[in-house]
Design a protein around this ligand. Structure first.
Ligand SMILES: C[S@@+](CC[C@H](N)C(=O)[O-])C[C@H]1O[C@@H](n2cnc3c(N)ncnc32)[C@H](O)[C@@H]1O
Length: 216
């Protein structure tokens, strides 16, 4: 069962408290999304965590980034790590209680598995201007005997997060609250609200999704 926003926020407050001194890590799936962002776009980053993606978008794509996260301590860390010159606007906010509008790109990495996927995607789609782009990178679970080779390779290639024993314990506690969807579930949920969405499966239990809001 999906954990409440209160539980998720507390989990990530704890993770943020142990994240001092941990260098920025931008996973390969997130790097792919960055490359797809048009230069100087107005971007909404949903579930920004420590702000690594927001900084990359501002620095490399010249994006005007608004970045939101449920966890106040994550946003504190993100603000501390972000030079004012990047002009990133951070806010503590729950996507499911917002109705943002006017963005060229809405992007989210490793966050939507905490949310009802179709509802969250519909909210993100509504935040886009016509012709705007939604970019998602997130986790899925691969189950069943046919997935054994994929799971073995993914385990070997999994991203390793540097950090302390406290940080590992905080992540372990959080995993208990995660309910990672399968890829068929992801496909059904996203196709229901984003007609024509392109979804790709990658190694290490990551998928990416890309959707363009029609011009009319
Ligand atoms: C696993 S972290 C990912 C952080 C970063 N995007 C990354 O890829 O490293 C998930 C983040 O999503 C945030 N989050 C979860 N539910 C959210 C919601 N409803 N609205 C905004 N942020 C949310 C959490 O607080 C957490 O910081």
């Amino acid at each position: 069962m999906r954990a409440s926003a209160h539980v998720i926020s507390a989990d990530f407050d704890r993770i943020a408290a142990c994240s001092g001194g941990i260098p920025d890590v931008l996973e390969r799936a997130a790097q792919r999304l960055v490359a797809a962002v048009p230069l100087r776009s107005r971007v909404l980053d949903v579930g920004c965590g420590t702000g690594a993606l927001a900084r990359e978008l501002a620095a490399k794509r010249g994006a005007k980034v608004t970045a939101i996260d449920l966890s106040p301590r994550m946003v504190d860390v993100a603000r501390l790590r972000s030079p004012a010159s990047l002009g990133i606007e951070y806010a503590v906010a729950d996507l499911m209680e917002l109705s943002p509008t006017g963005f060229d790109v809405v992007i989210s990495t490793n966050t939507l598995h905490h949310l009802p996927l179709a509802d969250a995607a519909a909210r993100m789609a509504a935040a886009l201007v016509p012709g705007g782009m939604m970019l998602i990178a997130d986790l899925f679970s691969a189950r069943g005997p046919l997935e054994l080779p994929y799971n073995a390779i993914s385990w070997l290639a999994r991203p390793r997060r540097p950090g302390s024993r406290e940080l590992a314990a905080a992540w372990d506690a959080h995993w208990q609250h995660d309910d990672i969807p399968t890829l068929p579930h992801v496909r059904r949920a996203l196709r229901a609200v984003l007609p024509g969405v392109s979804i790709r499966r990658h190694i290490s239990w990551r998928y990416t999704a890309c959707w363009k809001r029609p011009l009319r």
